[in-house]
Design a protein around this ligand. Structure first.
Ligand code: PHE
Length: 334
């Protein structure tokens, strides 16, 4: 069998490369690979037949065929890569229809709590209150002690607290209210003070339709010479008028909070039912003293409201747990 002679190896190479050059698609190139380089392909058949050659030429013929096989393998790799690259060069009207409308990406929106808070903050900003923000992980002294709630005070039991495990002298917790921002603000500046402070609060609490273990609050504080309970009521009426309109009834009732005296809670009418939306009151003299304000000279009022409760009244949401359930069926309605 003179087939594997050097001359026919050259012929074979030319024929193989010609037919590879003619292969245009991935499947044609694959067919070519099977024909020439496959297990039963031309090259394998030839290599197998070497044993039938006279012993003197076997070695040379084998090396010759193996070199050819390498060259054809390289040529195949190159052709395959070329085809897969050119596949990416789409021609208009061919692979894609450029007249199709594009796919719209989903635009996110503000969370209803955030929307409500911005609206409330706008109202107070308009009345001259400045927005300040404080830490969610808070020191015990700001969340309790300096708000006139010492360690043994029964009022601590009103707020089931999530403590942070930490080895240090100062105890640390997830703030149960935004009231610590009253202290942080007064420690930093002298009267007059007029701030609102929004943010997340946490309580170790059994949840139900009106209680969540995490919720937002907006704190308010105004301290100056001659601030009275009339200022508190006037400010909060104006807030209620702007958020709920003039027709909605609101109610002030005596309530107890250790850091105010007197203290009130404010409720809004919801189909004949009173829903509490905030606590408020005149800043307790002990709190003023604690931050170095002279309570004989300065008085102030403070309030803390729940924007989720307010959003429930505004939008008729029956369960506060919707706010943090992260369910798009709820969230996308706003
Ligand atoms: N921090 C109080 C609460 O979370 C609300 C409050 C704030 C009451 C300011 C009075 C004055 O219940």
């Amino acid at each position: 069998m003179p087939e594997a002679s050097p001359a026919s190896t050259q012929e074979l190479e030319r024929a193989a490369l010609d037919s590879l050059a003619a292969a245009k698609s991935e499947s044609e190139i694959e067919e070519w690979r099977i024909e020439y380089l496959g297990r039963r392909g031309v090259l394998s058949t030839r290599l197998r037949s070497i044993g039938t050659l006279p012993p003197e030429v076997r070695r040379e013929a084998g090396a010759d065929l193996n070199r050819l096989k390498n060259r054809l393998c390289n040529a195949f790799d190159e052709a395959a890569q070329h085809v897969s690259e050119s596949k990416r060069d789409f021609a208009p009207g061919d692979a894609i229809d450029i007249t199709l409308p594009g796919r719209r990406s989903n635009l996110g929106g503000l969370h209803p709590s955030e929307m409500m808070m911005r609206e409330i903050l706008d109202v107070f900003n308009d009345m001259g209150f400045q927005t300040v923000e404080g830490p969610i992980v808070e020191l015990e002294k700001y969340n309790f002690d300096m708000l006139n709630v010492p360690a043994d005070h029964p009022a601590r039991d009103l707020q089931d607290t999530l403590w942070i495990d930490r080895n240090s002298d100062e105890r640390v917790l997830l703030r149960t209210q935004t009231s610590p921002m009253q202290i942080r603000t007064m420690e930093k500046q002298k009267p007059p003070v007029r701030i609102v402070s929004p943010g997340l609060c946490f309580r170790h609490e059994a949840t139900d339709a009106t209680h969540e273990w995490q919720f937002h609050q907006i704190e308010g504080l105004a301290v100056d010479e001659g601030v009275t309970m009339a200022d508190l009521k006037g400010t909060l009426y104006e807030f209620a008028r702007r958020i709920f309109g003039t027709q909605r009834k609101i109610r002030f009732r005596c309530d107890y909070f250790p850091f105010v005296e007197p203290g009130v809670d404010v409720s809004v009418d919801w189909d004949g039912r009173w829903v509490e939306i905030m606590g408020a009151g005149m800043v307790h003299p002990k709190v003023l003293e604690g931050v170095g304000y002279d309570p004989a000279k300065y008085t102030g009022f403070a309030f803390g409201m729940g924007p989720e409760r307010i959003a429930m009244l505004r939008y008729n949401i029956e369960d506060i747990r919707h706010f943090f359930s992260n369910d798009l069926r709820f969230l996308s309605q706003f």
